[in-house]
Write a protein that binds this ligand. Structure first.
Ligand code: GLV
Ligand code: MN
Ligand code: MN
Length: 424
């Protein structure tokens, strides 16, 4: 194929893919154009059932493992391991249509196309192919994020994941049983892994590039914080007697933001993203606040220094607000490379397809961040318009989601032929 397609051209669009994406986007759809289908809710169950049918209708065998990861296996070479590809269908509250769901659908179409090509060629690939919808990548209803792939890769015990509760006290296990997508399959033996996702930032769009070749991750640290004060009357308790947990929490919110503001040379992204106030009542000084802190940077040493500063700021806040603060790291990952051979393979494919490409880091976590530690992994991005994500306004051009699916198809086809066998 000539190297003539540029981002301003309309890439060839696959109507079947776009129609399926529209169908998928209807599960849990919101009036603002997004979706709300947090892990193991009814809407998640419905989309899982739809994917199950889509795969079985095309000859894939669908299985669930003990933490609700959904696998669709297509066996062309009995006994051989599988090239696994996918992402996640679960969403954030009032989330976008593309985050995760695009990658699962692209993997399903790409795997199906690769199977058809191998079948038509009458050659036998070295590896089979399988599609995966990882359980609970978002970590919104149940923490931590990337739960299903963390269990699959041995980073999180299955029992811990299953016993995790949502804010209403429902466990992962009972929520998965409710939607009927928990099983006892071990999952496929994985030869290699490939995932495509929206970028969730504006780097590709600003550069006018269609395919991001993820060469490395930013580091992330996530913390559960509990601020303990004492419940009292908002009116009658004199100020000197107050032990206001919400005041202590507020000082911490500002401190977390200031960490980022003080980091002027290297990016540091910081947020307090979730807060529960007890008892959260108008005439009561809060006795306890629980919150979630998220710190990220492409420089792990800087992240460690920020985490240290955060810890060092606690005694001052405790004294000023007369509270106790407990800070526990609950999840995190380092700056870590994806295999160079996979980046080169994906660049070669993009060149052949005439798709512009550039190397990028991923700031967001993905299931591939786990998978790259157990198998050769390729991670691809397509642009996000205005970088909007975890928002109903998430959008990627049809031509670019189709181009990404073409790219993934070629990558899967080559991985099935052992393209990364010697390249980790
Ligand atoms: C996603 O799981 C993230 O934490 O970025
Ligand atoms: Mn995602
Ligand atoms: Mn997400």
């Amino acid at each position: 194929m000539s190297n003539s397609r540029t981002p301003s051209d309309k890439y060839a669009q696959d109507t079947a893919f776009l129609e399926d994406f529209t169908t998928l986007s209807a599960f849990g759809s919101t009036p603002g154009g997004g979706v709300e289908r947090q892990a193991a809710t009814a809407a998640d169950g419905e989309q899982r059932a739809w994917l199950h049918r889509w795969l079985t209708d095309r000859g894939f065998e669908v299985h669930y493992d003990g933490v609700g990861n959904q696998f669709g296996l297509f066996t062309l070479t009995p006994g051989a391991p599988y090239v696994l590809s996918g992402s996640h269908l679960d969403s954030q509250p009032l989330g976008g249509r593309y985050d995760g769901a695009y990658g699962v659908l692209a993997a399903a179409h790409a795997a199906h196309r690769a199977v058809r090509r191998w079948t038509a060629s009458e050659e036998t690939p070295r590896y089979n192919v399988a599609v995966v919808n990882w359980f609970n990548e978002e970590g919104s209803r149940f923490k931590p994020s990337m739960m299903g792939s963390s269990v699959f890769t041995g980073k999180l015990p299955a029992g811990t994941a299953l016993a995790t509760t949502d804010p209403a006290g429902t466990t992962v296990e009972s929520a998965l049983r409710e939607i009927g997508t928990i099983g006892d399959h071990a999952g496929p033996e994985v030869a290699s892994y490939a995932e495509i996702h929206i970028e969730q930032g504006r780097g590709l769009e600003d550069a006018g590039t269609t395919i991001g070749l993820v060469e490395s991750t930013w580091a992330a640290r996530k913390y559960q914080v509990v601020v303990r004060g004492e419940q009292s009357h908002t009116g009658s308790t004199i100020m000197a007697d107050r032990r206001d947990a919400l005041f202590g929490a507020s000082l911490l919110v500002v401190g977390v933001r200031e960490l980022a503001e003080q980091s002027t040379d290297t990016p540091l992204h910081t947020s307090v993203s979730e807060m529960a106030i007890l008892p959260n009542s108008p005439v009561v000084v809060a006795r306890e606040v629980r919150m979630h802190v998220d710190l990220r940077s492409p420089d792990e040493a800087l992240l460690d220094a920020a985490a240290k500063k955060l810890a060092e700021s606690l005694p001052g806040i405790e004294e000023r607000a007369a509270v106790g603060i407990e800070l526990v790291q609950t999840h995190g990952w380092g700056v870590a490379p994806f295999p160079e051979a996979g980046v080169e393979l994906a660049a070669e494919v993009a060149d052949e397809l005439g798709l512009s490409h550039q190397r990028v880091m991923t700031i967001a976590g993905h299931d591939s961040v786990n998978m790259k530690d157990v198998a050769p992994a390729v991670m691809l991005f397509v642009p996000s318009v205005d970088g909007i994500s975890h928002n109903e306004g998430e959008f990627t051009q049809d031509s670019e989601i189709c181009a990404g699916t073409d790219q993934l198809t070629e990558v899967l086809h080559r991985l099935m032929n052992g393209a990364l066998d010697n390249g980790r």
